[in-house]
Design a binder for this molecule. Structure first.
Ligand code: ADP
Length: 504
């Protein structure tokens, strides 16, 4: 079972307070009762010393005195002592010479037989002898024995006074009641104070515990509102400082994390680019060798086929077969030509090329072709006012444009529109080429830039166009990518760095 700090403080303080009050009360009571007892004793000794000669004078050796008035005088005289129960006169041998009646205030006090006699030892004592006796009802009695001496100094008799402790005991009882009342009030006040202090300590600590738990669960914005100039206030301030520094550490970590994420993404891109470049370089080398070897025999076959075709002009059937051979040879050369481009891609010729002009020229050269007759080019001329000069090889860049336009026209099967738009951002020029064709299927989005990937019917595509274009563009320090899926058709984005002097 867990007991809160406040409750513990309350219980401990309460127990300590009760113990302290009890001890203080016991010590005071003991001290006070001793004082009163001593006072009663000394007062009655003085009284006895003063009264004894007077009694003896009244008795004049007759016990009881012969004159009644003398006895009543003695009673009146001794009656001033309100605590006196009775007095008696003993001979030195212990014989009771006289025993008074019990004084009016103590008529009901029951005295035992032993109290009415006195030991011989005490009677022989030449000094005042004092004893405290207990009655059956626990009342206390002060027993005073005063010796009386004759003119020659001999011990002639002893007077005994029995004095009641009732007055003192009543006062002690009153005092105890008073102490008890004060004790109860003090205890009540102290427990209230202890409860208040316990609350002042435990409440902010409980608040801080809740805050610490919230921080542990990730709520780092949690702060303590406690404002005090004591240890708890210092704890609250330390708590807030800790939360603040945790916030800062988390922000720094998040920042580092996102920087790491970006670096990782960049690394992944560079890595895939590197892999692609290496793969392309390997393909390029292999393809160049193979193409070179195939190109010559295909050229020879083509030459012979064309010669034969001339010879067989009168035979249309054979002429058609030869034409098929010639077409296939041309296709072979297209492929080998494309492959050779991979190996010859590096170009040192760098000149200022106005991309806007190049686009316009390329469109103009393509439009007469059958495939482009029903294709509308939409090119915003106002874009030509932008700085559109890039440093590059105009022949290679035209090749890229032709490839993109051809692909678009083929995808639209010769009918539709191609929209071109130029934009400048910082030191980069970007051209987007969108068409109204069917677009690229999701599953092929990554593959279309791979060499030899083609969805076109056999004989129509080599699958080298886009991979070659991308290599050419990257060789110019730019990028070629397929934009995220558009509403309709495909959208390719070509980015090239602007020529230095034209940079915005
Ligand atoms: P090829 O044109 O010889 O097939 P490419 O590398 O130029 O080779 O193109 C690869 C593939 O990318 C094409 O087969 C086609 O599936 C897809 N593609 C390229 N351009 C477009 C386009 N504008 N619309 C739809 N698909 C396209």
């Amino acid at each position: 079972m867990t007991v809160s700090l406040g409750k513990r403080f309350f219980i401990y303080t309460g127990v300590v307070l009760i113990a302290v009050l009890f001890l203080a009360f016991a010590a005071l009571e003991r001290n006070q009762s001793r004082q009163w007892e001593t006072f009663l004793q000394s007062q009655n000794i003085s009284f006895a010393r003063f009264a004894t000669p007077e009694i003896l004078k009244q008795f004049r050796g007759a016990f009881p005195p012969s004159d009644e008035t003398q006895l009543s005088y003695v009673y009146d005289f001794l009656g001033f002592n309100r605590d006196l129960i009775l007095f008696s006169i003993f001979s030195p041998s212990g014989k009771v010479l006289f025993q008074s009646a019990q004084f009016p205030d103590f008529i009901d006090t029951v005295l035992s037989e032993s109290l009415l006699s006195v030991s011989g030892l005490r009677l022989k004592t030449p000094r005042v002898s004092v004893q405290t006796e207990h009655l059956l009802n626990k009342q206390r009695v002060l027993d005073l024995l005063v010796p009386a001496f004759g003119p020659t100094g001999e011990h002639i008799l002893s007077v005994r006074y029995l004095v009641s402790f009732d007055l003192i005991d009543r006062r002690l009882t009153d005092m105890r009641v008073q102490f008890l009342k004060i004790g109860v009030f003090a205890l009540l006040g102290a427990t209230l104070l202890a409860a208040f202090v316990a609350r002042r300590i435990s409440r902010p600590l409980a608040e801080l515990a809740v805050g610490a738990r919230a921080i542990g669960q990730g709520e780092l914005a949690t702060r303590s509102a406690i404002e005090r100039n004591d240890e708890i206030g210092a704890l609250a301030r330390a708590f807030n400082e800790m939360a603040e520094s945790l916030c800062l550490s988390r922000a720094a970590l998040t920042e580092k994390n996102s920087a790491l994420y970006l670096a990782n993404e960049e690394l992944k891109q560079v890595q895939s680019q590197l892999i692609r470049s290496e793969r392309l370089a390997a393909i390029g080398q292999l393809a160049a060798g193979v193409s070179h070897e195939i190109d010559n025999p295909v050229g020879i076959i083509l030459g012979y086929a064309e010669l034969l075709k001339e010879d067989l002009q009168g035979d249309p059937q054979k002429g058609a077969d030869l034409q098929a051979i010639i077409d296939e040879c041309h296709r072979c050369r297209r492929i080998t030509g494309g492959l050779l481009s991979f190996s010859r891609i590096q170009s040192d010729s760098r000149e200022d090329v106005d991309l806007s002009v190049l686009i316009t020229d390329t469109i103009a050269s393509l439009q007469p072709q059958k495939l482009f007759r029903n294709v509308t080019f939409k090119f915003d001329r106002s874009a030509s006012k932008l700085p559109c000069t890039v440093a590059g090889d105009s022949g290679r860049l035209r090749q890229v444009l032709v490839n993109l336009f051809l692909n678009a026209a083929q995808a639209m099967q010769g009918e539709g529109s191609i929209v071109l738009s130029l934009a400048v951002q910082s030191d980069l020029l970007s051209l987007t080429v969108s068409d109204s064709g069917p677009g690229v299927e999701d599953q092929f989005r990554e593959q279309i830039f791979e060499p030899f990937f083609s969805t076109k019917a056999s004989g129509e595509g080599t699958g080298l166009g886009l991979s070659l274009c991308r290599r050419l563009v990257e060789d110019h320090g730019g990028e070629l990518s397929l934009e995220p899926k558009a509403a309709a058709g495909a959208c390719f984005k070509l980015t090239l760095p602007l020529a230095k002097e034209k940079t915005l």
